[in-house]
Design a protein around this ligand. Structure first.
Ligand code: PHE
Length: 508
């Protein structure tokens, strides 16, 4: 004889009583059992081939506030057409709207649908509406609205899309697009007794009284010896639990900041909206430098300009650009304009932040870093974003050299887990010598550029009255993250793809 636990037996009997097939909700009502208990019982019944669980997806629709309003008054285009008909089939928009007593927000909707449904034409020159079709036929959307109206009075205002007629079903899309419906998806589970189940019922079932929990009473009285204890399968997997965690990008930012701190650096931050002066001019980038062009830099529309620093600095920067001032350079040989320097931009690199900081911290040693957002007018694709992060650092001290810079960066990358790093000569308008670091990723068998670096030129340092050498470097953070996490599309990091965020392990 088949053995069933109490809940399984109860569930089976209720389904039997209900004709062999019943929804979980219905069984809940009849049995008083919570739905988890019914589902557990149903799973066992299914395992024993006595019942089948059928899952049916249901889309439940309900009119929202605006929908209810239209249900009462008719769709806006219907109201307008009624008024127009009364006006003889032709009238000015204003007149028709007035007669229809149409609320202002529904006017464009009504006009749009009138034309779309080919009920009327609008002459945009004379602002007259003319009726096209007579009588104006009810379309599916209005039929559905009417259906919901009738249903609403009987059945608590909720309708299952799958149960609608094939004429009405497509109209759901239209009313949904018109934002007149609240839509909810639900899985409805139905349990059905199988042939084997019926046979078992006929043959008889032995109900076993199982105990899921040992109580003190069971132990004291010794009854536990005779009770059957529910078996638990301790090898089944528990449900996945995703505890709250920091976004992977934020984790790596945190990681980078910690490494800098361990290496003796202090974090600095600067404004996102910068003057061109700090973003470009103070870095000896000529005012006709291509990077300043509209296609690369975001310029602010309002306010358009910001304030320049004190005159003595501006004057020295201007002269350095024009003729080299006292730096021994010839400068760029053009007429420097304070107007151009005053323009406000979204900083294009965080070197604007470090140079700003240096202007106010001239005494060695200085060891600071920044991990912050920068902006460039780039088309978004798999490798570029218009808003991204840069890692930037400077060291100012007596007698520091390019070797110190390379050593510091090597150490930084090793701590980040990147061992094979190489340095190449490069060019930046504000450093001399300049270099570029690359890292080898064995999995991809490729070298990737990491960051630019160099010693700030005298043309940058002298106008700010800085007497000691300054090592500077900066580069994109997203590239580093892509390499670390093995992502090949930069946009992925900011897509808020929950599955990816959950899957990506926490980095230490
Ligand atoms: N600012 C440069 C960039 O955006 C990087 C850099 C920083 C180069 C400091 C040299 C020194 O690519």
């Amino acid at each position: 004889m088949v053995e069933l636990r109490e809940n399984e037996h109860k569930t089976l009997r209720i389904i039997e009583k209900l004709g062999g097939k019943a929804s979980v909700q219905r069984i809940m009502k009849e049995s008083g059992l919570p739905d988890a208990a019914i589902m557990r019982a149903a799973l066992t019944l299914q395992e024993k081939n006595l019942a089948k669980i059928l899952a049916k997806n249901q889309t439940i629709i309900r009119l929202n506030i605006e929908g209810k309003l239209h249900e009462k008054n008719g769709l806006p285009e219907r109201r307008l057409i009624r008024a127009l008909t009364k006006l003889g089939g032709k009238a000015s928009i204003t007149k028709a709207v007035e007669n229809a007593e149409l609320e202002k927000q529904f006017v464009p909707i009504a006009l749009g649908w009138l034309v779309r449904k080919k009920w009327a034409t609008i002459d945009t020159k004379t602002n007259m509406i003319q009726l096209l079709e007579k009588p104006v036929k009810e379309e599916a959307d209005e039929k559905l609205l009417g259906f919901l109206k009738r249903k609403g009075m009987i059945e608590g205002k909720q309708v299952i899309v799958e149960d609608l007629s094939s004429e009405l079903q497509p109209a759901v899309k239209i009313l949904k697009r018109r934002k007149l419906l609240d839509v909810n998806e639900k899985t409805n589970r139905v349990i059905e007794i199988t042939q084997a189940g019926w046979k078992t019922i006929r043959k008889g079932i032995r109900v076993i009284n199982e105990v899921t929990q040992l109580t003190p009473e069971l132990i004291i009285t010794g009854k536990w010896r005779k009770t059957e204890l529910t078996r638990f399968d301790v090898t089944t997997k528990g449900p996945m639990v995703y505890p709250a965690k920091t976004h992977p990008v934020q984790q790596i930012i945190q990681n980078v900041k910690e490494i800098f701190a361990e290496m003796g650096f202090t974090e600095i931050r600067g404004p996102i909206v910068e003057t061109a002066f700090w973003n470009f001019d103070a870095l000896f980038q000529p005012q006709d430098h291509p990077a300043r062009e509209m296609h690369d830099t975001f310029y602010l529309k309002y306010p358009k300009t910001g304030r320049l620093p004190k005159k003595s600095i501006v004057k020295k920067v201007a002269e350095t650009h024009q003729n080299g001032w006292k730096t021994g350079s010839r400068g760029w040989q053009y007429s420097w304009s304070p107007k151009v320097a005053k323009k406000l931009v979204f900083r294009t690199h965080t070197t604007a932040t470090t140079i700003r900081y240096l202007a106010e911290h001239k005494k060695p040693p200085v060891k600071v870093f920044s991990v912050d957002r920068v902006y460039r007018n780039e088309k978004m694709d798999y490798k570029s974003l218009a808003e991204f992060h840069q890692i930037e650092g400077i060291i100012m001290d007596k007698n520091v050299t390019l070797r110190d810079l390379i050593g510091t960066l090597k150490e930084f990358y090793v701590r980040l887990g990147l061992k094979k790093v190489r340095f190449w000569p490069s060019y930046f308008p504000y450093t001399e010598p300049s270099a570029q670091s690359t890292v080898y990723i064995p999995e991809l068998k490729k070298w990737f550029e990491l960051c630019g670096m160099g010693l700030f030129r005298p043309e940058v340092l002298a106008p700010l009255d800085i007497k000691n050498p300054v090592l500077a470097w900066g580069g994109g953070l997203e590239r580093l993250i892509m390499l670390k996490l093995g992502i090949d599309d930069i946009r992925f990091m900011y897509k808020n793809d929950l599955n990816w965020i959950r899957r990506t392990p926490t980095c230490q």
